[in-house]
Write a protein that binds this ligand. Structure first.
Ligand code: ZN
Length: 483
């Protein structure tokens, strides 16, 4: 009995000691707000000029649709850009690959790896009824630019071109080749970026870094965190579409057999939804993101995320229950998006299917994730077909020079925002550039509120004129101070 009490005492003492260490650590890592002034500035006149250029770009409805490769609107936009950015068009070599544009500002050191800024010219449709301004009006009202593409991502294209235009005007001489790339079909994964990368490869070019959309300077992006983060995307999850088919004997629904195709599919879907069978791990980029943000959180969250050495198992258990984002951070996710059975209410189909869209994690790739689905499907005598799949992208080294430089620029230009590695659930064109660069950094340097973020691919897309001006100056700072 006494030994038992000793052991119990020792265990309690150990737990108390661990918790004490965690509390002391949480108190010690608390970050002070950064009160530095931003190193970038702009005039009211510049802000108005930039806004009006973006407005002109929004007015051209460069909508990309699958199965349609009409470039008429893109050519109109490109002609406008020639007028708006005359020095870019005078100074830079321009390659047009089926409407996808690649500009090169040749430096005195073309043997060095180049630096590439990119953004797409195309936008998604704008058929939502809730638009308060015509989506292609480019209306500017009370410091806000409205319209499809205002954020995704004509603001990026405008800001990149404007930054280079100003650097040329100021007589800046780049230390390495500077590229601007802009595809016409990013929104439909149309392969414009692939063609551009092929071209760069054919020229034997490598890039020290590529900067594309992905993260942004986001307000209130994390529970328990007030203010902005500069979210620098360093990895994106994979993507796969899986078709799961049930076959059986069809027939009249008045004399139904057991285990009809639809019933077996339903049982399979139910098991997937209740089991959520993919491995949950808190590793690499997600851990880096939590560790970076932890010092800025309120005490309870700081205690947990600032002490992952102790609380990691708890976080892995609790996070998916708290939000769908939590699960997406930790594992492959899946969603059943389409299904079909009989065409007639009183006929049992001899075949039915569901489509499952999965986003493979970095620790369980597409093939491994599909294997798990196949095992469960086999229980219900279902066939599994992979329609399309790709793994997660590579991960940018956050201890490397390029990531550190991006953090430095973010700190100097947006000192009130916390620069953090960012784990992306969706895909960008940037992943194709991994063939020519180890540093595909995914961030639009543009301040966005939660409303503005939610308006992406939805009604009432807009950005602030001040955010656009900051963005132009950020790109200038980034290019000018790059070694
Ligand atoms: Zn986009």
């Amino acid at each position: 009995m006494q030994i038992f009490l000793y052991i119990l005492g020792a265990v309690v003492a150990a737990v108390v000691a661990l918790l004490l260490v965690a509390v002391i650590r949480a108190a010690a890592i608390k970050a002070k707000p950064n009160t530095n002034k931003s190193e970038i500035s702009y005039t009211k006149q510049e802000e108005a000029e930039y806004a009006s250029k973006l407005s002109e770009m929004i007015k051209v409805p460069t909508i990309s649709l699958r199965g349609q490769d009409d470039l008429t609107q893109f050519r109109i936009l490109q002609d406008k850009m020639k007028e708006m950015f005359p020095l870019v068009h005078e100074k830079m070599e321009r390659v047009d690959i089926d409407g996808n544009l690649l500009y090169r500002w040749k430096s005195a050191h073309p043997e060095r790896d180049g630096l590439l800024l990119m953004g797409h010219q195309d936008v998604v449709t704008a058929t939502e009824k809730e638009w308060e301004h015509d989506p292609f009006s480019g209306d500017i009202e009370n410091g806000i630019i409205h319209g499809r593409g205002a954020m995704d991502c004509k603001c990026t294209v405008m800001a990149e071109f404007q930054a280079i235009e100003e650097l040329i005007k100021e007589g800046y001489e780049p230390e390495r080749d500077i590229y601007l790339a802009s595809s016409v079909n990013e929104e439909i994964s149309g392969g414009g970026a692939i063609k551009t990368v092929e071209y760069l490869k054919s020229q034997g070019k490598r890039l020290v870094a590529v900067m594309d959309e992905g993260g942004a300077v986001l307000a209130d992006a994390f529970p328990g965190l007030k203010g902005y983060i500069s979210a620098i995307g360093i990895v994106e999850k994979g993507y796969a579409d899986i078709k799961i088919t049930a076959k059986g004997n069809g027939g009249h629904s008045s004399t139904p057999p057991k285990n009809t195709p639809v019933a077996r599919l339903a049982a399979f879907v139910n098991e997937m939804e209740t089991k959520r069978p993919f491995d949950k791990k808190l590793g690499g980029p997600v851990k880096a993101m939590f560790t970076t943000i932890a010092p800025h959180l309120s005490f309870p969250l700081r205690l947990v995320l600032g002490n992952l050495w102790l609380f990691k198992p708890v976080v892995i258990k609790v996070l998916p229950a708290l939000s769908s984002f939590g699960e997406a951070f930790l594992s492959t996710t899946f969603a059943f998006t389409m299904c079909e059975g009989s065409q007639t209410p009183n006929v049992i189909p001899d075949q039915a299917y569901v489509i499952c869209n999965i986003r493979p994690s970095i620790h369980q790739n597409s093939e491994q994730s599909v294997e798990i689905i196949k095992k469960i499907a086999a229980k219900y005598d279902l066939e599994v077909e992979v329609i399309y799949s790709r793994d997660a992208s590579g991960i940018v080294d956050i201890n490397g020079d390029e990531f550190k430089y991006m953090v430095d620029c973010a700190n100097k230009c947006y000192p009130d925002a916390i620069p953090t590695p960012y784990f992306m659930f969706g895909g960008t064109d940037c992943r194709y550039y991994e063939e020519v660069s180890d540093n595909c950094l995914r961030i639009c340097p543009i301040r966005l509120s939660q409303q503005q973020l939610k308006a992406m691919h939805a009604a009432n897309e807009n950005i602030n004129t001040s955010a656009l001006a900051e963005s132009v100056k950020f790109y200038k700072h980034y290019v000018k101070n790059h070694s």
